[in-house]
Design a protein around this ligand. Sequence first.
Ligand code: MN
Ligand code: MN
Length: 319
Amino acid sequence: MTDKIFHQPLGGNDMPRFGGPATFMRLPAIEAHEGLDVGFIGVPFDIGTSNRPGARLAPREIRDESRMLRPFNVSTGADPFHSLSVADIGDVPINTFNLQKSMHIIEDFYDDVLAKGISPLTMGGDHTIALPILRALKKKYGPIGMVHIDAHADVNDNMFGEKIAHGTPFRRAVEEGLLDGDRVAQIGLRGTGYSADEYDWSRDQGFRVVQAEECWHKSLVPLMEEIRAKVGDGPVYISFDIDGLDPAFAPGTGTAEVGGLTVMQGIEIVRGCKGLSVVGGDLVEVSPPYDTSHNTSLVGANLLYEMLCVLPGVNYTER
Ligand code: MN
Ligand code: MN
């Protein structure tokens, strides 16, 4: 039994923010091990994407854009790095020539991470990667709840006849019993569809579907009260597709849709997950080649930090 090590992000006065290797928040890069509470993981995978590619480059870019993040969440009072042992545990060595093999490689990686008691916070990658992560989580927790932020429901039966792609993970997840549909919310859905009943399949599974229009012009704090009641006490996963945000804020993504959420609403959603039994989360679909300002990666890095701050066990300073 070893004492827990509270790794700290490398401070901006100890090394210039533009210096040193890029890890998430400039945390130590270490192997997954027991005693670690949270691991930031990259999945450089984009062979499941249907339009503009590039998400394979996002883990490195999100790490780089996380360089400005400081340890304390002054807005919420969260003090994650004195509460939990957190590190960057590297990337999953996917096979970029083989989607099916990559599904197994990712699942095996997360099996190992979960067996060590580590909560995974993932830098995607396209949204396909949520499926093998949910498969691993199911083995540990049983069917789980999910707060899913996205412009798209990602519940297609197939794409080009393929069952595994970035537009299908949550259809497969329901079929495989990975999700508890009555404890799932999809927030930010919008855009054109192939039919008027585009979101009915999700509703039929018990999901709460929150179309983007329901979010326009307002704070999402009240919505999250409803979502917390729906998700309840059981284990829940946060899956945040950056295209849930409006392309004005997050243009660097593969399948952009107008009329999306604001950055502030995205933060309200993640902060609104405080108190839930969050067992992990991901931030997917950032595509650095389309992110010429780097703002999309910057927003993504901040949302991952906010996910860290709502994990069970994080201490909050009352102010
Ligand atoms: Mn998606
Ligand atoms: Mn999407």
